[in-house]
Design a protein around this ligand. Structure first.
Ligand code: PLP
Length: 376
């Protein structure tokens, strides 16, 4: 049985998304910057998509720009605050994706900013009193805190963090790459200035995402060239991608409650089964606590064996990951920040609406089998 449980790395494209995209590859191929009919058709399709996305997240269409994915959206957001709004102090966490952390490190090295990290406990819960403390500086800060962590699934209270940022007149960027399409975001309520998303995490195509920027804020161009995306992001638009992103988000919103219920149930069943059959299993961060973690991610911690567990599972056609796909090969900064004990292995299972109980039973049994074999 071939089982795919690496949906935090990427999700399979939904067939309906593929069907929505194909006319924009084959018939409506015009360049939206062209003034003839083919161009106008393409331009109209983009603006309809922008409107549809804005409607789903309760934002204005002119607050959305399309990007090549989450990484570009995160980079654009941080640079907008630093170069567009003249911010020199950025407050973040040790758990952010490298799309944020590596850029901040680079900006700090070049002397453009200094970075502070919010204190956290051993499970990765952020100390919001420390955030308030860090915000009590004479200069305006950018706070960059992700909604949910991609490796262990910890959820951060972005509603509360937004309120704190407002109290101190700070700008707030949140990376919602792992939660867009899995939770409802209401940008009229959320006190956020920048929010980022990527289609391939919710059954859309790769290479397309978007950045929400609150009206009135200035973007600093990451890519220079033509005047596309309201002069904010140059380059001929990825129209099939934009259509696919929009369709995927519409589908995700339409069935969100049912999918959340289905996936949370699978996750709970797997937690129960693994606790029962695996010796000395524990869960990283808040991964096993339903209210405090993303329902699509379960990160387990098991005694290390004298073999490569992930390769062994791969041999059974089970696709899972150790930390995040992007950091494979390197030790995970997230697990390090959690202080995960050496001599233990981490497996990240990440689920989608397409997974079934049979698949998870198969995986749990194979894993138990591996441990029994080694113990024998
Ligand atoms: N932010 C988070 C939390 C992610 O999990 C990822 C991808 O894994 C990204 C950003 C980068 O997104 P993309 O792959 O679309 O560039």
């Amino acid at each position: 049985m071939k089982v795919y449980l690496d949906n935090a790395a990427t999700t399979p494209l939904d067939k309906e998304v593929f069907e929505a995209m194909t006319p924009y590859l084959l018939q409506h191929f015009g360049n939206p910057s062209s003034h003839h009919q083919h161009g106008r058709e393409a331009k109209q399709a983009i603006e309809n998509s922008r409107k549809a996305i804005a409607q789903l997240i309760n934002a204005s269409p002119d607050e959305i720009i399309f990007t090549s994915g989450g990484t570009e959206a995160d980079n654009t957001a941080v640079l907008a605050a630093v170069r567009g709004s003249g911010i020199h102090h950025v407050i973040t966490t040790r758990f952010e994706h490298h799309a944020v952390l590596h850029l901040l490190e680079e900006l700090e090295r070049s002397g453009e900013i200094f970075v502070s990290y919010i204190a956290n406990d051993a499970d990765g819960n952020l100390d919001l009193a420390d955030l308030e403390h860090l915000l009590q500086t004479s200069q305006r800060s950018l706070v960059s805190v992700m909604h949910a962590n991609n490796e262990v699934g910890n959820l951060n209270d972005i509603g509360r963090i937004g309120n704190i940022c407002e109290k101190y007149n700070a700008l707030f960027h949140t990376d919602t790459v792992q939660t867009m399409g899995h939770y409802r975001h209401d940008l009229r309520k959320l006190k956020v200035h920048f929010l980022t998303a990527s289609a391939h995490k919710f059954h859309g195509p790769k290479g397309i995402g978007f950045l929400y920027t609150r009206k009135g804020l200035k973007l600093s161009k990451l890519i220079h060239g033509g005047g596309q995306e309201g002069r904010s992001r140059a380059g001929t638009e990825n129209i099939p991608g934009i259509i696919g992103l929009t369709k995927a988000l519409q589908l995700a919103y339409a069935d969100m409650d049912a999918h959340q219920k289905h996936i949370q149930k699978l996750k709970d069943q797997l937690i129960g089964k693994l606790t029962e059959i695996l010796p000395d299993v524990s869960f990283n961060g808040n991964s096993a606590i339903a209210q405090k973690s993303l329902y699509t991610v379960l990160s387990i911690n098991v005694p290390a064996l004298n073999l490569d567990l992930l390769r062994c599972l791969d041999g059974y056609e089970i696709s899972v990951s150790g930390g995040s796909a992007c950091s494979s090969g390197a030790s995970s900064h997230v697990l390090q920040a959690l202080g995960v004990a050496p001599g233990r292995d981490t497996i990240r299972f990440s689920f989608s609406k397409f997974n079934t109980k049979q698949e998870l039973d198969y995986v749990a049994n194979k894993l138990a089998g591996i441990y029994q074999l080694i113990a024998a």
